[in-house]
Design a protein around this ligand. Structure first.
Ligand code: AP5
Ligand code: MG
Length: 221
């Protein structure tokens, strides 16, 4: 079963582009950030432990994220679903864990999609981002607004801001990303599966990514 990692800075569009790709081609997305926010929303034991870390924009403990990811990978493999991973891995240690774990759930890692979007573009997006916390659906008032202002398209429930989307926390997340990114990109480059896409909008990036993944998943172009 095939697996593709979506990698990129906070706000680069991993969630937007992974869910657009998944919708077009009937694939499944697993987002570590959405899974963690869902735990916070439901106030589970994990949610209570990680809430403060998420709100401060720091990385959650590897062991907690690995547990969560293992359950998601295992469930998707039971359904024989091809997977797009959004937000995992984000350290070399997590990348190595993924390489060891995928074969145990009958999966290969087929490509890494690296989104290379300028920081000034990203900063402009974040104040307009709103989410539906239970599902992780993401909106942006200047890019993909909800049909009714302030409400989720599917459930009609109220949209909220992410706890980590204030500008200072967001800058801390970008700084953390910049600190950890080079070793991961070098690791995947050395494995021959790194594909970088440069652009300012998801509309520029999506056709390029779709074309590349078409070869991997065998979509009709
Ligand atoms: P996570 O949820 O993964 O956040 P992130 O990596 O910081 O990325 P974002 O979700 O902010 O951005 P995105 O790239 O998905 O962009 P989006 O599509 O929303 O992680 C959050 C936290 O969880 C971490 O800080 C950490 O604490 C923890 N965590 C998660 N994974 C972990 C791990 N593996 N290990 C340890 N801790 C972990 O797009 C951004 C905005 O732009 C949206 O509003 C969107 O609508 C808009 N937009 C998209 N495209 C366009 C466009 N073309 N034009 C205008 N707006 C656009
Ligand atoms: Mg996201």
């Amino acid at each position: 079963m095939r697996t593709v990692v979506f990698f990129g800075a906070p706000g680069s569009g991993k969630g937007t582009l992974a869910s657009r790709t998944a919708k077009h081609h009937g694939l499944r997305v697993v987002s570590s950030g959405d899974a963690l926010r869902n735990h916070v929303h439901r106030r589970t034991t994990v949610g209570v432990r990680v809430a403060e870390v998420l709100a401060a924009g720091r990385l959650v403990d590897d062991a907690i994220v690995a547990d969560l990811m293992f359950s998601e990978l295992h469930a998707a493999s039971q359904d024989r679903a091809s997977l797009l991973l959004d937000g995992f891995p984000r350290s070399l240690h997590q990348a190595e864990w993924l390489a060891d774990t995928l074969p145990t759930v009958s999966r290969s890692l087929d490509a890494v999609v690296n989104l290379d979007v300028p920081e000034r573009v990203i900063l402009g997006r974040i104040e307009n981002r709103w989410i539906h916390a239970p599902s992780g659906r993401t909106y942006n008032y200047s890019f993909n607004p909800p049909k009714t202002h302030g409400l989720d398209d599917i459930t009609g429930e109220r949209l909220t801001k992410r706890a980590d989307d204030d500008i200072d926390t967001f800058k801390a997340r970008i700084a953390k990303f910049n600190d950890t990114t080079t070793p991961i990109l070098e690791y995947y480059h050395s494995k021959g599966i790194l594909n970088s896409f440069k652009g300012e909008t998801s509309d520029q990036l999506f056709p390029q990514i779709d074309h590349k993944l078409g070869h991997i998943f065998g979509f009709k172009q």
